[in-house]
Design a protein around this ligand. Structure first.
Ligand code: GLC
Ligand code: CA
Length: 557
């Protein structure tokens, strides 16, 4: 296979910060921009190249900042534009780059555009959003929102409905209106001129609404699926190509789309011909693994090796040589990866966190590390609905539990396994009060395991998950085969071992990962004469892999 074109965004490691939960500099219990700036040396020590910061713009926070009321202002709880400028300068001074979140499928209902739009059918901003007349005595069509309930909200004043694929406080912008598109491009250019280095584009695959037909209703579901009309449409691709021409092509940026979808979709968004985005996030290995019941993501379904591997390998193979991939297991919308894919018991937590890290950093694609993952942070396992903050949980609770459709204990079990709040508990910095996150009351409780899992202790311990991440990140910077090597799966029939090869020139990287807590037979690494680049065990057993053992061997021919 031909060698791919080099690019800095292929060679980098991205670290995601969820600012609300990273570090609080002023004791109000919420993380903020100065908190990030205060910890840039930590990120430099870890060795990451790019920092993606989740939304920090003015917002009423119905969805923790993914509902933006002013795209050019900083959320007052997070600081000021001067704080932002200082953070960006600090990132650049350390040779790192900043990717910001672009949330333009929808704005906040408190954005001046929507406030104007809502004033009536004659408002000059009416067409900035998607307004439709209802049918008989109901909404314009049967679509459900991603966060439960109808995707349409009736506005009593005009009698019309507006579309919100997320909460009613997140009305969808009308991308069919050229004025909306131009306003978004101007805003993006404004941030580029400030010196940012890229965009992570929130649910960008939904911007082009092709039609407003009723969607298919899955058995037992309460609403129709909007995807056939709103996901990955030709219209969306047209807008992205326009965005590319008007903004992206004028700068040297990292662009990553949160698109979900299939490998075929990814090939269009992120094809090597480079007409749209650098890369996209697929969801098939996380949200896609649920049971596919009417409850959507809410289920007991775990992450067995066969299912996870078959999705990840399929993405590796389909994109190889044609489109660039992302590699991630966790983010602010997913539970903690060690709890979901690994094993967060005291005995196996660090071992399995390192095994999963090995996977993320040696598959082909740009690796994304979510804050705290580099420490092996775990789910918090709330037991009561009152402990959750996330609107997604409360809406699901209202729709399924309060109406008697689902048993409360079942739902709480699903939530504990998969709620987004699991990944949003405060970063665990040290053994001080509130894990050093805040001197005040944290907005979401700190996980009680912070005395065992925290940055300060792990930095001192050469065997920690933190130092394992450091080593993996450094390897990417010194071994081209990790970035550009081709991928071929190995042992695809194994129920216990995830294995593959990466090849570049005369070099071969062989990776073997034991996905289980048992010692399992595996002869793949026996007799490989080469250099062991990394492993989570100091010694090996010929013929076997130890519980959660990860091995990476570089050979030359
Ligand atoms: C994306 C974000 C998520 C948010 C949603 C609506 O999926 O990652 O946090 O709730 O879009 O903006
Ligand atoms: Ca604060």
């Amino acid at each position: 296979m031909e060698e791919m074109k080099r690019a800095w965004w292929k060679e980098c490691v991205v670290y995601q910060i969820y600012p609300r939960s990273f570090a609080d500099s002023n004791g109000d219990g919420l993380g903020d921009l100065n908190g990030i700036t205060a910890h840039l040396d930590y990120l430099k020590e870890l060795g990451v190249d790019v920092i993606w910061v989740s939304p920090f713009y003015a917002s009423p926070n119905y969805d923790n900042g993914y509902d933006i009321s002013d795209y050019r202002a900083i959320m007052k709880e997070f600081g000021t534009m001067e704080d932002f400028d200082r953070m960006l300068a600090g990132i650049h001074a350390r040779g790192m780059k900043l990717v910001i979140d672009l949330v333009v499928n929808h704005s906040s209902s408190e954005h001046p555009w929507f406030i104007e739009s809502r004033k009536g059918k004659d408002s000059p901003y009416r067409d900035y959003y998607i307004w439709r007349d209802g049918k008989e005595d109901g909404p314009p069509n049967n679509w459900g929102s991603c966060f439960s309930g109808s995707a349409w909200e009736k506005d009593e004043e005009s009698g019309q409905y507006y579309l919100h694929l997320f909460t009613p406080q997140q009305p969808d912008l009308n991308w069919a209106n050229p004025a909306v598109r131009q306003a978004v491009y101007d805003m993006m250019t404004w941030w580029c001129e400030k010196g940012i280095d890229g965009f992570r584009m929130d649910v960008i695959g939904m911007i082009g609404k092709e039609n407003f037909n009723d969607g298919p209703v899955a058995p037992g579901a309460l609403y129709g699926d909007f995807a056939p009309s709103c996901q990955h449409t030709a219209t969306t691709h047209r807008y992205l190509r326009e965005m590319r021409e008007k903004v992206l092509d004028h700068y040297d940026l990292l662009t990553v789309g949160e698109t979900s979808g299939t490998t075929d979709n990814a090939l269009v968004y992120a094809g090597e011909d480079g007409k749209e985005l650098n890369m996209v996030f697929g969801f098939e290995h996380n949200d896609g693994l649920n049971d596919g019941t009417e409850l959507g993501k809410w289920s007991d379904h775990g992450a067995p090796l066969r299912e996870v591997r078959s999705v990840l390998n399929r993405w590796q193979m389909a994109l190889q040589g044609k489109a660039w991939n992302t590699v991630y297991l966790g983010n602010h919308d997913q539970p903690r990866q060690v709890s979901r894919y690994g094993n967060d018991s005291e005995l196996f937590r660090a071992l399995s966190a390192k095994m999963l890290a090995t996977l993320i950093h040696t598959l082909r694609g740009t690796p994304y590390v979510y804050q705290g993952e580099e420490l092996g942070m775990t789910n918090i396992y709330f037991t009561d609905i009152s402990q959750y903050q996330d609107v997604e949980n409360h809406n699901a609770w209202r729709q399924w539990v309060e109406t008697g459709r689902v048993d409360a204990q079942d739902m709480l079990r699903y939530f504990a396994r998969i709620s987004r709040d699991n990944a949003r508990t405060p970063m665990q910095w040290n053994t001080e009060k509130n894990a050093g996150f805040t001197t005040g009351t944290p907005w979401l409780p700190v996980n009680r395991n912070y005395l065992l899992i925290n940055a300060e202790d792990e930095r001192k311990d050469p065997n920690s998950v933190f130092h394992y991440y450091r080593k993996l990140i450094a390897l990417r910077h010194t071994h081209d085969v990790i970035v550009y090597g081709t991928f071929s799966p190995l042992l695809e029939d194994s129920d216990t071992v995830y294995a593959y090869e990466r090849k570049l020139g005369n070099q071969t990287l062989t990776v073997a990962l034991n996905w289980t807590e048992k010692k399992v037979p595996c002869t793949l690494m026996d007799g490989l004469e080469g250099q062991e680049l990394i492993s989570n065990y100091p010694t090996h057993q010929p013929g076997f892999l130890q519980p959660y053992e990860a091995r990476v061997i570089l050979t030359e021919s």
